[in-house]
Design a protein around this ligand. Structure first.
Ligand SMILES: *[C@@H]1O[C@H](CO)[C@@H](O)[C@H](O)[C@H]1NC(C)=O
Ligand SMILES: *[C@@H]1O[C@H](CO)[C@@H](O)[C@H](O)[C@H]1NC(C)=O
Ligand SMILES: *[C@@H]1O[C@H](CO)[C@@H](O)[C@H](O)[C@H]1NC(C)=O
Length: 201
């Protein structure tokens, strides 16, 4: 980005911040950070409902204190212990600024499994040892398990199924993680606890 464009972009963001301040009648706290060598403004207004401006200074973008951030991990995770259907779980994670957890390596699977193992028990589910995560096979008749970012599990980096899985059958469309660390696919009408992932950047 040229200096001129950068300056322009900063000016626009300052203007936006003041506009938000006017609308919300909150205080406007501006900090500068550098993203990919471009100056970017991070600003917070009191009680903002917009997660991308709800950042305390000195914190990474996107952190929420109800998520667990394993050291060195690129994401935070949260086990929601109230069981719901998979589509609602997907929506709740998105509303929190992230997505249903996607396991991109054995290491990440181990990390998320450990967080699940240590979480409060799941309530409202006949299957408390399973939690919905971000994969499915919704594109019948093409039966292929893909993440919610449309990668196959192999490409995503973790495809260790529990024994006998995946079980192909009507409606077994949704992906879950068993508390012992393997994957399962389950029926659309079964509510489960679920695990959200919130990337730090
Ligand atoms: C802006 O953020 C800094 C650092 O967190 C804090 O000390 C200061 O009080 C904040 N100012 C306003 C107006 O909120
Ligand atoms: C922000 O939230 C706090 C606590 O919920 C509340 O007391 C305060 O009035 C809110 N401020 C605004 C500007 O909405
Ligand atoms: C959680 O992990 C501990 C230690 O590995 C293990 O003993 C325990 O059985 C696990 N809990 C569940 C519910 O799998």
């Amino acid at each position: 980005m040229s200096t001129k464009t950068a300056t322009m972009s900063v000016a626009i963001q300052v203007l936006l911040c003041f506009t938000l301040t006017l609308i919300q009648q909150g205080s406007c706290n501006i900090t500068y950070i550098w993203v990919y060598n471009n100056p970017t403004i991070v600003y917070t207004t009191e009680n903002s409902t917009m997660p991308w401006i709800r950042r305390g200074s000195g914190e990474s973008a996107n952190r929420r204190n109800d998520y667990i951030y394993p050291s060195g991990a690129a994401s935070g995770y949260k086990v929601h212990t109230q069981a719901v259907l998979w589509p609602k779980a997907r929506r709740i994670c998105a509303d929190e600024g992230g997505h249903l957890a996607i396991l991109n390596s054995v290491a990440e699977a181990n990390m998320v499994t450990e967080i699940f193992n240590k979480s409060e028990p799941i309530i409202g589910s006949d299957w408390p040892n399973y939690a919905s995560i971000g994969f499915h096979c919704l594109f019948e008749p093409d039966v292929q398990f893909v993440t919610i970012h449309d990668q196959t599990l192999e490409k995503a980096g973790y495809n260790q199924w529990m024994s006998g899985r995946p079980l192909l059958g009507a409606g077994r469309h949704y992906g879950s993680l068993r508390i012992s660390g393997t994957l399962d696919n389950y029926h659309t009408h079964i509510p489960l606890g679920f695990i959200c992932e919130l990337p730090i950047h």
